[in-house]
Design a protein around this ligand. Structure first.
Ligand SMILES: Nc1ncnc2c1ncn2[C@@H]1O[C@H](COP(=O)(O)OP(=O)(O)OP(=O)(O)O)[C@@H](O)[C@H]1O
Ligand SMILES: [Mg+2]
Length: 423
């Protein structure tokens, strides 16, 4: 090969690298634009909910006193009426045609007790609505939090829903995750969220093969615990889906639904810095997932595992997340990794060298030129410790090298030291 050809080959290779980096930058740009759009939308939604919360709190406050007065007076009225009956009877015997407020004695004895009982029931319903509204606007009892297990909340909610579940003949399968970290939460509030979603699931099933799965688990990548409730009911109608968390959105008016269940649940989840998302297919079913930050979030170190071999990634993730030591996110090549570096901000990167799309060396070049990533620790893993690419990586300053295959226990121990943890 003469010098001219060598330069040409070099040029082509450099151009290929540049093209890939350009593609990578375009992918990054699209990703950032999407993140920006999503966060603007979320902000608008949050502001809308905030305004609605203030309005609702005001209305709830205004209704609260009058309805309490009514609730207080109804039993008085019932007592007075019971004492009054014999007096009225005596009067009716003396003057059989006497009317009371336009009604005769027989009508009153037949109906008045029921009329007052109906008023009492209606007043109870208003009180319940006011309390839901207060919950929605979070103006009611300040949420007192303590470390708790979401599995306990699920079991309690199941007990509270027992009557509904028994009468509906829906089959409920619990798949509760083992060894979940605690969340810092208010047990009653978490139970209420689960109960609201569970009851909705039961109500959405209108056939006799009803099935509800309640699953709990932990998400390694963001340290959040989740509770997922999946039904095989009718699915959420598109008109409802777009405003489902707003108060008074319901298709159950005739069955007494107020449309407050999910808006209250949304607010309670938000008070726990959590979120509720849903996925629904008309006619096939719905899945609601409640994500709540575990006590590990913000405590455990974040790791990004980059390897194109899925089996190796899963093995590493398993070793690192055992006992929830670390929060772990994964990527299968350099491009995917560089996108995740921007959003996930790991404390440590475990990086394979030979990968399609963008290899470990190219990623190291990008990282070393990015001041914001200078604090991030890097461990390089490779099956080819003799390869010249490794020398280039070391020359860039990345000197934590592990030759594959390695002993997992030693690896996790060494990783702890690199992260600056005590033995
Ligand atoms: N699992 C589900 N499947 C289908 N539709 C659902 C499901 N969960 C909620 N919905 C829809 O969302 C609406 C709002 O639910 P939400 O719990 O807020 O109020 P509601 O159940 O109608 O009344 P309330 O909970 O106040 O008694 C429901 O009326 C229903 O149309
Ligand atoms: Mg409901």
């Amino acid at each position: 090969m003469n010098d001219g050809e060598k330069t040409k080959a070099q040029l082509i290779s450099e151009m290929q690298i540049m093209r890939r980096q350009l593609e990578h930058l375009e992918t990054l740009q699209r990703q950032y634009e999407k993140t920006l759009r999503d966060s603007q939308h979320q902000l608008q939604q949050a502001q809308k909910m905030e305004t609605l919360g203030t309005l609702v709190a005001g209305v709830a406050h205004e209704i609260n006193n009058p309805i309490n007065l009514i609730m207080y007076n109804i039993p008085l009225l019932q007592k007075i009426w019971a004492d009054f009956m014999p007096v009225l009877k005596e009067r009716q015997q003396r003057e059989p045609d006497q009317k009371f407020g336009g009604f005769d004695y027989d009508f009153l004895t037949d109906n008045l007790v029921q009329l007052v009982a109906d008023m009492e029931m209606a007043a109870h319903r208003i009180t319940k609505t006011v309390s839901d509204l207060k919950n929605f606007s979070r103006q009611s009892n300040v949420v007192e939090k303590a470390p708790l297990q979401v599995n306990s909340a699920v079991k309690n909610a199941m007990r509270l829903a027992q009557t509904t579940l028994r009468t509906s003949a829906v089959e409920v399968n619990l798949k509760l995750g083992d060894n979940l970290p605690d969340i810092d939460g208010n047990l009653q509030s978490i139970e209420q969220i689960i109960l609201n979603i569970l009851i909705n699931a039961v109500q959405a099933i209108d056939h006799d093969q009803g099935k509800i799965d309640v699953t709990t688990g932990f998400r390694n990548k963001d340290g959040r615990v989740y509770i997922r409730i999946t039904d095989n009911g009718r699915g959420i109608s598109t008109t409802i889906a777009e405003k489902i968390f707003l108060p008074f959105i319901t298709d159950k008016q005739s069955q007494g639904g107020t449309g407050l269940g999910l808006s209250v649940s949304y607010s309670l989840a938000k008070a726990h810095e959590g979120e509720i998302i849903f996925d629904s297919r008309p006619g096939a079913g719905t899945s609601f997932t409640i994500y709540l930050p575990s006590v590990l979030k913000g405590q455990a170190a974040k790791i990004l595992v980059v390897d194109d071999d899925n089996a190796i990634r899963q093995m590493l993730i398993e070793a690192l997340t055992m006992d929830h030591q670390y929060l772990v996110e994964e990527a299968s090549n350099g491009i995917e990794a560089s996108i995740k570096l921007g959003t996930y901000r790991p404390d440590l990167l475990i990086l394979d060298i030979f990968m399609p799309e963008m290899d470990g060396l190219e990623l190291c070049r990008i990282i070393s030129s990015e001041p914001e990533l200078s604090e991030m620790k890097v461990i390089v893993t490779t099956g080819y410790p003799e390869h010249p690419k490794l020398d280039e990586i070391i020359a860039l300053g990345y000197t934590n090298i592990f030759s594959k295959p390695f002993d997992l226990l030693n690896f996790v121990q060494a990783l702890g030291k690199i992260l600056g943890e005590k033995d």
